[in-house]
Design a protein. Structure first.
Length: 225
C-alpha cells in the first residue's frame, strides 16, 4: 500500500503539522487522520498524483441534512472529515491541500514547504471576508489609481483588468447578498390547488383562497424587503 510507505514520510508529517496548527491539536492526533481507514484512499490518490488534485480536511461536529435541505447538528463530538470538496459541507474551519504536479506524478515524499503542494485555511465565512477585502480595501485603491500609477500598462490592458475586477467585485457582493437573504417562504396550502386551477380556467377566485393568499403574499413581502 502506497500509504504505508508515505504515512510517516516528511511530506505526511508536514501535512499533519499543518492540520495540527489549524485545528490547535497535537501532531500525534493529526497523524491519526492519515491512519484512519476511511480516509486512506483519498490520501493514497493524492500522494500518488492520482484522483483529485485537492484535499479538504475539516474538524467539526457530525451533521445530517433534513428533508427540507437544512443542516442539523447531530450533537456528537467534533471529528475529522477528509473530502475532495464535493460532498461534505464545511461548518466551521478547514484546511486545504492542492497538488500542483502533473497528473500521475507522485509527490516527493521528502518534500515539505515546496511548490508541489499548496495549502491554506478555509472558513464558512470566507465569502464575507473576501468581499470585505476586495470591495472595501482593494477596489477603492484601484478606483483611485492615477494614470501614472499604471506605469507601462497599455490602455487596453487597463480596461480589461478593471472590467474583470469590477465584475468579480460585483459577483462577490451578489453572492454575499444571496447568503444573507437565504430565507424560507411559507408555502400555500395545497388544498387550494383545485381552486387555483379553476381561477386559471377563467372562473372567479374563491374568497377563502383569495384571503389566504393575500395573507401569505403580505408575509412574503415582509420577509424579502
Amino acid at each position: 500500500n502506497f500509504f504505508d510507505i508515505m504515512a510517516m514520510s516528511a511530506r505526511a508529517k508536514w501535512m499533519a503539522a499543518i492540520i495540527a496548527d489549524v485545528f490547535k491539536i497535537g501532531e500525534i492526533e493529526a497523524q491519526e487522520v492519515f491512519r484512519n481507514h476511511s480516509f486512506q484512499a483519498i490520501f493514497d490518490d493524492f500522494l500518488k498524483g492520482q484522483g483529485s488534485s485537492r484535499i479538504f480536511v475539516y474538524h467539526q461536529s457530525p451533521y445530517k441534512v433534513t428533508e427540507s435541505g437544512d443542516i442539523a447538528d447531530t450533537g456528537g463530538a467534533p471529528e475529522f472529515f477528509v473530502t475532495d470538496g464535493e460532498k461534505v459541507k464545511l461548518r466551521g474551519k478547514g484546511v486545504y491541500f492542492v497538488r500542483t504536479t502533473p497528473p500521475g506524478k507522485p509527490l516527493n515524499p521528502s518534500g515539505s514547504f515546496d511548490s508541489e503542494v499548496l495549502f491554506g485555511e478555509l472558513s464558512e465565512h470566507m465569502v464575507t471576508s473576501l468581499n470585505t477585502i476586495i470591495n472595501q480595501v482593494f477596489k477603492p485603491m484601484v478606483d483611485r489609481l492615477e494614470i501614472t500609477d499604471w506605469g507601462v500598462c497599455e490602455d487596453e490592458q487597463k480596461k480589461e483588468f478593471t472590467s474583470v475586477f469590477d465584475k468579480f467585485a460585483n459577483e462577490l457582493k451578489e453572492a454575499l447578498k444571496s447568503l444573507q437573504t437565504n430565507i424560507t417562504l411559507e408555502p400555500y396550502d395545497r388544498k387550494y390547488d383545485p381552486m387555483v386551477a379553476d381561477f386559471m380556467a377563467g372562473k372567479p377566485p374563491n374568497n377563502e383562497m383569495f384571503n389566504q393568499f393575500s395573507l401569505i403574499f403580505s408575509s412574503w413581502s415582509e420577509q424579502i424587503q
